[in-house]
Design a protein around this ligand. Structure first.
Ligand code: FES
Ligand code: FE
Length: 421
């Protein structure tokens, strides 16, 4: 079928995306109402709010929000805007607060959102605020799955779990890494990229580009690990597959070709690391059974939950979410997720890898950013070169991780939502 945005010719094995989707101001505005105001958006992980009264502030889907727990420990997401005249009532990135006090005129709010300012007599009516009309406004929907918290600006959206479809099982796989649960480590990495946000969606589960774009990293691996064999990576990536998880969610999953703090493939961390990892795997087998343990420990995965949540469960686990501020600009929030209570040695390896590979100054992200920004500059010529081709592997029954089926799953859902009546 040939449409305004995509050419989806299943029989002919051709799939194209119109480059206006990456550059148009009109698309940017429609995405706000048709996608970001309707889909479930990741707001944070439960471990970021360990104790009652903890809070973090962030921008989700273009709006400033407070993700917090009240005195009783209940989770909330409020819009970070004072009901008086709009100023943001929480101005720190994170903290612990029994109440939020607006710095502009001093209105204050209990951490369950209730207006709590005492009135001087005769200034406001005696019952001012008693009806809840000047409480902090709440994001319409907040739901969690395995400690991943998502919000929805659409009151009538389907439940989170329904929306997650096949992606729920993948969140399970990661949540099950540890008997003690998982935690976000060390805050948030924030950076901007001068490219359309959908370029980062595609890149996050693009198995096709890795060997080419990240050649330097693989060269470095070979140098630092004496007996590391690059052909092993190539051989192993042959057995990675692309999955359409429903509702625009997609993933690539394959045999992990590198050591991970939880895996047992090539022992790139030496004999000592090998022993520690064997212990982790033994516990895993005991707890979730050998089959599931093998899927968790021996395979790695890059998951995209439509529209803008990415989890790279590869060496370390990176969670990313991003939002466009213009057709050619996005802000990225990136987190490291790790098992609670893992050994200090494993945690060190994990964080080293988190910084070294997918960190904003690591080996992979700068390469990827260069590719994304380069594509964005290329789209200035879209009048004469209007289409991206993402047909790779389209005729196959079982697409591989270096095919482009996962991107097609995203684009079909994106188009459906953009064209919906
Ligand atoms: Fe917050 Fe006035 S804007 S008290
Ligand atoms: Fe990459």
């Amino acid at each position: 079928k040939e449409g305004r945005w995509i050419i989806d010719d299943r029989a002919g094995g051709i799939f194209k995306v119109n480059r206006d989707a990456f550059t148009s101001q009109e698309v940017f505005e429609q995405e706000r109402s048709r996608i970001f105001d309707r889909c479930w958006l990741f707001v944070g992980h439960g471990s970021e709010l360990k104790k009652p009264n903890d809070y973090v502030t962030r921008n989700v889907g273009g709006r400033e929000v407070i993700f917090n727990r009240d005195r009783k420990g209940e989770f909330h997401v409020f819009l970070n805007t004072c009901p008086h005249r709009g100023a943001m009532v929480a101005r720190e990135k994170c903290g612990s607060a029994l109440a939020f006090k607006c710095f502009y005129h001093g209105w204050s709010f209990n951490n369950n959102g209730k207006f709590g300012t005492r009135n001087p007599a005769g200034v406001y009516p005696d019952d001012f605020g008693k009806d809840g009309s000047v409480d902090l406004a709440r994001v319409p929907r907040l739901e969690s799955y395995r400690d991943f918290y998502f919000i929805n600006y659409d009151r009538d959206a389907p439940p989170l779990e329904t929306y997650l479809a096949g992606a729920a099982e993948i969140l399970d796989l990661v949540a099950d890494h540890s008997p003690n649960g998982m935690e976000i480590v060390g805050g948030v990495q924030e950076y901007s990229i001068r490219a359309n946000w959908k370029l980062l969606v595609e890149n996050s589960y693009d198995g096709y580009h890795a060997a080419e774009t990240h050649e330097t990293y693989f060269g470095y691996l070979m140098k630092t690990i004496g007996d590391f064999d690059i052909s092993q990576i190539q051989a192993d990536s042959m057995i990675s597959y692309g999955f359409d998880l429903g509702n625009g969610h997609a993933m690539i999953e394959g045999k992990a070709p590198w050591g991970r703090p939880i895996g047992r493939t090539i022992p790139v961390w030496g004999e000592e690391g090998k022993e520690a990892i064997a212990k982790v795997v033994a516990e895993l087998e005991e707890r979730v059974g050998p089959e599931r343990a093998a899927r968790i420990a021996d395979r790695d995965r890059n998951l995209g939950i439509f529209p803008n949540f990415v989890m790279n469960d590869i060496m370390a686990i990176t969670v990313r979410t991003f939002f466009p501020t213009a057709p050619d600009q996005m802000n990225v929030n990136s987190f490291a997720l790790a098992p609670i209570g893992e050994s200090a040695e494993d945690r060190k390896r994990r964080l080293d890898n988190f910084l070294e590979f997918l960190g904003p100054g690591g080996f992979a992200t700068p390469d990827d950013v260069e590719a994304l920004e380069s594509a964005q500059r290329g789209y200035a010529a879209s009048k004469f070169a209007p289409w991206n081709d993402i047909s790779r592997g389209m005729l196959k029954e079982v697409p591989r991780g270096d095919d482009e089926s996962q991107m097609r799953a995203f684009w079909r859902e994106w188009t459906r939502r953009m064209e919906e009546e």
